[in-house]
Design a protein around this ligand. Structure first.
Ligand SMILES: [Zn+2]
Length: 309
């Protein structure tokens, strides 16, 4: 076997797609749901084309960082109006996102041409800590504002996948506040980004992370235009070299359970209006949801105990 990272001929070892340290933070999520292959299994999602040296020595520093970052901020749930100030090492967040995406794309036999020697070098060398210009990361808080509790959809605290759908306009056309009539847009409008090699979405419990990988030769003004659209049009914080961001909520009742649907900021506002009109945000509803959540938390504790890692 040729190692996917160093390119040397070696025996393959089991590499976790999402580091096992992160999986270990959520032992209650012990089932892997693979919708693409329509399979549900109890094993961890693995890829087996990485040599022992790369797996255990060279790229494991990325896993340690990733685990600590998720553990520090995102094992807890947040409320609808919360924001969260986070400190991070921007190059490390890039490395973590790239590594997980690379692992996943290989397993699913998708195009990995973006991961050339330059990217692999970036991942293999800890001292190589200059963030890459042609990677954009957006982060936000995933908060369940829908009337459907998490467990209804399989308690999927960790999710990931390529090709999220970036909308260019709201799903809702308008709301008639006199009658309560909601008009939907006839067709969902998709935002295209010039020179985007691929995009990826991650959900780590209460963190939603979007990664856009741009062609290596993307021109500065096109990159700037893309980043401006991303910054202004979506309810996310753009991560950057400052290593400090304030994350807003990036989900609504329409997108919380569907991580690949990326709504525009005003679309999320309209969805919130609907949640509000329906009474989802009323004290009575909130109390009810909190009670259900409390019961579910107890159940999760039992599951975690039953499935130790
Ligand atoms: Zn290797």
């Amino acid at each position: 076997m040729i190692c996917a990272y160093c390119g040397k001929e070696a025996k393959g070892t089991k590499e976790h797609i999402i580091s096992s340290g992160i999986l270990g933070l959520f032992p209650e999520c012990y089932v892997t749901i693979d919708s693409e292959r329509k399979a549900v299994h109890q094993g961890d999602p693995l890829v087996k084309d990485v040599c022992a040296d790369c797996n255990n020595n060279r790229i494991s520093y990325i896993d340690s960082y990733a685990k600590n970052f998720i553990k520090k901020y995102f094992t807890v749930k947040y409320e609808k109006d919360d924001t969260l100030a986070v400190d991070y090492d921007y190059a490390m967040i890039q490395k973590m996102s790239l590594k997980f995406a690379f692992n996943d794309l290989r397993v699913r036999k998708k195009d990995v041409s973006f991961f050339d020697d330059g990217i692999k070098d970036f991942l293999l060398h800890e001292e190589n800590n200059e963030p890459l210009k042609n990677i954009t990361l957006l982060a936000g808080l995933a908060v369940n504002t829908s009337p459907a509790p998490d467990f209804m959809f399989g308690n999927r605290k960790l999710r990931w996948g390529d090709s999220p759908l970036f909308l260019s306009n709201s799903i809702i056309l308008n709301i008639d506040y006199n009658t309560g009539h909601i008009a939907l847009r006839e067709k969902m409008e998709k935002q295209e980004f010039e020179n985007c090699a691929f995009a990826f979405v991650f959900r780590f419990n209460s963190l939603q992370l979007l990664m856009l990988c741009w062609d290596k030769n993307i021109e500065d003004d096109i990159l700037e235009k893309n980043n401006t659209i991303l910054r202004i049009q979506y309810p996310y914080a753009m991560m950057d070299n400052t290593g400090h961001s304030v994350l807003p909520r990036c989900t609504s009742e329409a997108t919380y359970h569907n991580e690949k649907l990326i709504d525009v900021t005003w679309g999320q506002g309209l969805m919130d209006e609907i949640s509000y009109m329906r009474g989802t945000f009323s004290d009575q509803s909130q109390e009810f949801f909190a009670k259900i959540q409390e019961e579910w938390d107890k159940e999760e504790k039992k599951l975690a105990k039953k499935h130790p890692r």
